[in-house]
Every structure is written in C-alpha cells, then in structure tokens.
Design a protein around this ligand. Structure first.
Ligand code: HEM
Length: 98
C-alpha cells in the first residue's frame, strides 16, 4: 500500500464516527443505497456504508461506485486482494448480510 493510501486512511478514520448498533440486511435492502450520497456495499458478508469513504478511495469515486448497492467482494478482490477492508472500513460497518 502506498504512502498516499495510508494518509487517506488516517484522515478518514479521524473524520467518520460510525453507527452505534449493527443490523442484518438483505441484498435488496443494500440495493436501496446505491448513490454517491448514500452508498452501501457488501464485502465478505459484512455490510458497509461507504458514502464517507468515497472521497478517500485511492482508485477514485467512480471505481468504488461500481460496487454500489451490491456485493462488491468479487470486484474488490479483482483489484486489490491485498487490501484489508475490515481494518480500513471499521467505522463504516453497518451490519451483516442476512
Ligand atoms: C468494489 C469496488 C472497488 C473497485 C472497482 C475498486 C477499484 C480500485 C482501483 C481501480 C484502484 C486503483 C489501482 C491502481 O491505481 O493501481 C483502487 C485502489 C485502492 N482501493 Fe479500491 N476499489 C473498490 C473498492 C474498494 C474498497 C471498498 C476499499 C476499502 C477497503 C478500497 C481500497 C483501495 C485502496 C487502499 C487502494 C490503493 C491500493 C494500493 O495503492 O495498493 N477499494 N481500487
């Protein structure tokens, strides 16, 4: 991971608060959140609200939006299997895939 990515991650983790209670969501529910202003994504069975992460994604907003409202696991692994989403998106976690 490059220095820019690490700086992005630090900035992001200071910026975002996270939810107080985790939920259980279906893919249909996740699909309701598919815009740049409200963007959820499933990664490895966990549901993340990646809206706040969009400006920080080193690959750009457009690339991240390809997985918007979907299970983005396959796409995620295609581009960067070495990236740890659990660590990076800890504060974006909203729940689990039902
Ligand atoms: C599922 C949809 C996603 C797509 C299509 C995608 C695509 C990409 C692309 C094309 C790049 C640029 C690679 C390059 O410049 O060499 C990139 C970089 C990156 N993405 Fe994503 N990404 C996605 C989701 C995510 C998510 C959810 C995260 C956060 C956990 C993430 C974290 C990163 C990081 C850290 C980098 C920089 C990797 C590095 O420099 O080694 N991406 N992404």
């Amino acid at each position: 991971m490059c220095v820019l990515s690490i700086v992005c991650l630090c900035l992001f983790n200071c910026w975002i608060k996270g939810v107080t209670e985790l939920g259980s969501y279906t893919l249909e529910q996740v699909a309701q959140h598919n815009t740049r202003k409200d963007c959820w994504m499933v990664l490895f069975g966990k549901v993340y609200n990646v809206t706040e992460y969009l400006p920080f994604h080193p690959g750009g907003k457009g690339e991240l939006m390809r997985g918007a409202g979907k299970d983005g696991t396959k796409l995620f692994l295609e581009y960067h299997s070495w990236v740890n989403p659990e660590l990076m998106l800890d504060k974006c976690l909203v729940g689990f895939l039902r």
